[in-house]
Design a protein around this ligand. Structure first.
Ligand code: AMP
Length: 572
């Protein structure tokens, strides 16, 4: 199905969503009706109505015992008629803890199909899309195994290592061997080196998620002199010891190139700021390909700054459980991005979410969602998940043919709360977006953000950790922090919070003044390293919007440079 994926396929799928969803469910039930899991509810029947009536809506924790049994060596058909061949380890940074999801070839074929279709959409919207190369930063991890020897890896690692991926790799500046390098530092360095050498061919720059892209730019800031020197001499630094990395990067590096080395030194070291560094080093870049919806929107100001406001393209919405949808208007502004679900990927259901964030219990099919309503997504896939909560809240924004389009709103359970106010990811994203102007007025941009609700103080209060960067090179690496500006930042953030927050934040009320803790440059790199050392995937890494783990907070606490507090109650 992945071959010859053109836009007529999209028209066909989205015009027949109801029939295709029925067929998908039929196929899954036929394959799985006799599994130990489903037969408890269906007694071997593959009837759709019985499925709807008897099969419960579950969370990952409910199916975990079954998944663990398969991982420990019991047959796949406990949960899935289609054999389980691998486990996808979720990033665990957006949901809080890592999970392993069963998967098989259908999962990877679906991913490839989704990406191929989304490339067809890109070709329609971007002139010359197919002509140049992509400098997309991807990383893979060592694949571990379960007790019975089945592979466990982040979904992107398994996808990149699968035979399905090789066709996609050809259009990238980084040779496949470099992406496969298990040492992220060597891989990152070599990917940058290859990208710089092929700078005139690069038409798109990206990473699946923007935390990685921002960290790559930080890395470039540290290593540009060495990269330029490698290009000048035509030899790769000695610390690149991974042999296949070294071989493939040496081939691309070719002869010494003083002209390119001079150019890199001029752009990285000789200018008054790093504004537009992406477009200066890769002048033919047409857009930045990275997901900036949901929690990832916190990276928009930094990406705008580094790319001189090139379009930011969020192509797809997918997870370790399934591929969900794609953006059919890829050049739309980040705040207007919606994802059109692909009805052939899995069986999708939706539980309506009310204004308080609770679910009403009513479950509707993909084609029956209502415009404007908010829903929690449930997935039934080809590898053993049945009516499983994904944990994402989505809003219906429109329809493409008969298929709904959704805006990603937030993770369901990520909330800050120090009294009775539920502050969601979306509330925080909106507050950050509004307060950006305060930083800009002082020539600062946000390059890292997370927060936590501190209830060790009375009253409890919100703590926002921010990593900031000066947009103008003042000749010193010491950040100039203006007390008035940063206190003002706290106040604007609080003004943008929900009315309940603002009511509780009155003088002597149950919520204390919001606190801003500015951390040293590189702190969010350390936070990412902290999570990666605990098994998170680099490519799937999303800086957590809120942090509860004391160990992770310590990484930030050790690097706090200065603290500021809001100095007035926000208007009610
Ligand atoms: P993982 O399984 O670790 O890759 O994480 C999947 C989760 O990442 C999803 O359930 C979403 O919460 C988030 N995610 C994936 N794609 C997007 C997107 N396009 N926009 C916003 N959040 C996304």
């Amino acid at each position: 199905m992945s071959q010859g994926c053109d836009l007529s396929v999209l028209e066909e799928l989205t015009s027949n969503a109801k029939q295709i969803q029925d067929d998908v469910l039929n196929k899954i039930l036929k394959a799985n009706a006799n599994t130990e899991y489903l037969s408890r509810f269906l007694e071997g029947s593959s009837d759709k109505e019985l499925f709807k009536k008897n099969v419960p809506v579950v969370s990952y924790e409910d199916v975990k015992p079954y998944i663990d049994r398969v991982a420990n060596g019991e047959p796949s058909d406990i949960i899935s008629g289609e054999p389980i061949t691998t486990f996808n380890r979720s990033s665990g940074t957006s949901s809080g803890n890592q999970k392993i999801y069963p998967a098989n070839n259908i999962y990877f074929e679906n991913q490839l199909f989704g990406y191929a279709l989304s490339s067809a959409v890109m070709s329609k919207h971007v002139d010359g899309y197919k002509q140049g190369k992509a400098m997309v930063f991807s990383f893979t991890h060592r694949i571990s195994t379960t007790l019975c020897g089945l592979p466990v890896a982040p979904a992107l690692t398994s996808f990149i290592k699968s035979k399905q991926y090789s066709s996609m790799a050809k259009k990238c500046t980084s040779p496949y061997e470099i992406v496969l390098c298990p040492d992220p530092k060597q891989s990152k360095y070599c990917q940058l080196l290859c990208g710089l050498v092929q700078r005139n061919e690069v038409v798109r720059v990206g990473a699946t998620f923007p935390s990685v892209l921002v960290r790559v730019i930080n890395f470039l800031e540290k290593y540009w002199k060495e990269l330029a020197s490698n290009i000048r001499s035509g030899t790769v630094s000695d610390w690149i010891t991974d042999l296949s990395c070294r071989d493939s990067v040496s081939t691309i590096l070719g002869e010494p190139n003083a002209e390119l080395a001079d150019l890199i030194e001029h752009e990285c070291g000789g200018q008054k700021s790093w504004q537009g560094i992406i477009t200066r080093l890769w002048p033919k870049t047409k857009y930045i390909e990275t997901i900036v919806t949901g929690t990832m929107s916190q990276h928009i100001p930094a990406l705008d700054y580094y790319s001189n406001k090139l379009p930011l393209v969020s192509k797809v919405y997918a997870s370790s459980e399934a591929f969900f949808g794609m953006n059919v208007n890829p050049l739309s502004k980040p705040q207007h991005v919606s994802y059109t679900f692909l009805p052939n990927m899995s069986y999708f259901e939706f539980v309506e979410v009310d204004d308080d964030g609770g679910t009403t219990g009513e479950i509707v099919d993909l084609v029956n969602v209502k415009l404007g309503s908010y829903y929690e997504l449930l997935v039934t896939n080809f590898s053993g998940l049945h009516r499983c909560r994904v944990g994402d809240v989505l809003q219906v924004t429109g329809f493409y043919n008969n298929t709904p389009q959704f805006r990603f709103v937030r993770r369901k359970n990520t909330v800050l709360c120090v009294d009775v106010e539920p502050t969601t990811e979306e509330d925080i994203s909106k507050a950050l977006a509004r307060a950006t102007v305060v930083l800009e007025s002082s020539d600062l941009i946000l390059t890292g953000f997370t927060c936590f609700g501190d209830i060790s103080t009375v009253p409890g209060h919100y703590v926002f950790y921010v990593e900031l960067k000066a947009t103008v090179n003042s000749g010193t690496t010491v950040l100039q922090l203006d007390n008035k500006v940063l206190v003002d930042y706290c106040c604007v953030v609080e003004e943008s919070m929900s009315s309940l927050y603002r009511r509780l934040r009155v003088k002597d009320g149950p919520i204390g003044p919001l606190e801003l803790r500015v951390v040293q440059q590189g702190t969010f790199d350390s936070l990412m390293e902290f999570f990666v050392a605990r098994g998170s995937s680099i490519s799937q890494y999303k800086t957590p919007m809120c942090i509860n783990s004391a160990e992770a907070l310590k990484v930030l606490e050790d690097k706090v440079l200065a603290r500021f507090f809001s100095d007035k109650s926000p208007p009610i």
